[in-house]
Design a binder for this molecule. Structure first.
Ligand code: AMP
Length: 215
């Protein structure tokens, strides 16, 4: 499947994407994960992106398009992909449309995961992430704590609160989302690709997507 997952930070895009990869071998492509990996590796890309990310601002479109142009041409995308956190601005969406046309790829659909702001805010404040960039497993201190406090169940690395998951940075990220990313729903609706699914459980969202795709 070739799907874009839209939705505010904390809407559950990553969890839904991981569940969908189990169905047909499609890969999850998260620009946030790629950027955090680059920051931790101390690469040029990471150095350029870090300040924007810590403030909860979007990284410039040109950097993101450079990443995605290369990523979408890797072999593992042949079975399909779930774009998680990209595109995030109208210029990114326009550039993606051109890129997909050039690569002769068509999208199955764009899913807008709609979750109330108060639920999202609470989720992000209590979210913790494995600091190992090869793992980046997600936990929640209230609803999904690790078995051993502060330690990742999967790889044993420390789990941490991301710098952009303080209350201030979260509020800023949600405002940025409303201003820059929410208009993408209209962009894809006009193309006849949009399906909005309202739901706070990832299972409900995954079932909605399966139904839409007839699988
Ligand atoms: P995420 O994990 O998707 O919430 O992304 C974390 C941070 O990475 C965002 O707050 C942005 O600073 C940056 N980022 C991720 N994806 C994008 C994108 N498509 N465009 C611009 N910035 C991005």
């Amino acid at each position: 499947m070739k799907i874009i997952l839209l939705g505010a930070p904390g809407a559950g895009k990553g969890t839904v994407a991981k569940q969908l990869t189990q169905l047909d071998g499609s890969v999850q492509i998260s620009t946030g994960d790629i950027l955090r990996g680059a920051v931790q590796a101390g690469s040029e890309l990471g150095k350029e992106a870090k300040g924007y990310m810590d403030r909860g601002d979007l990284v410039p479109d040109s950097l993101i398009m450079g990443i995605m142009e290369a990523r979408l041409q890797e072999d593992d995308c042949e079975k399909g992909f779930l774009l998680d956190g990209f595109p995030r601005t109208i210029p990114q969406a326009e550039a993606l449309t051109e890129l997909l046309a050039k690569l002769d790829i068509s999208l199955d659909m764009v899913v807008n995961i709609d979750v109330p702001r108060d639920v999202i805010f609470d989720r992000l404040c209590t979210r913790r992430t494995c600091e190992n960039t090869k793992c980046q497993a997600i936990y929640n201190v209230k609803s999904m704590p690790p078995k051993k406090e502060g330690i990742c169940d999967k790889c044993g690395s420390p789990i941490v609160q991301r710098a952009d998951e303080t209350q201030e940075a979260i509020a800023h990220r949600l405002d940025t989302y409303n201003e820059k990313t929410a208009p993408l729903a209209g962009f894809y609706e006009k193309k006849g690709l949009l399906k909005t699914i309202t739901g706070t459980s990832s299972d409900a969202v995954v079932n909605g997507i399966k139904k839409e795709l007839g699988i």
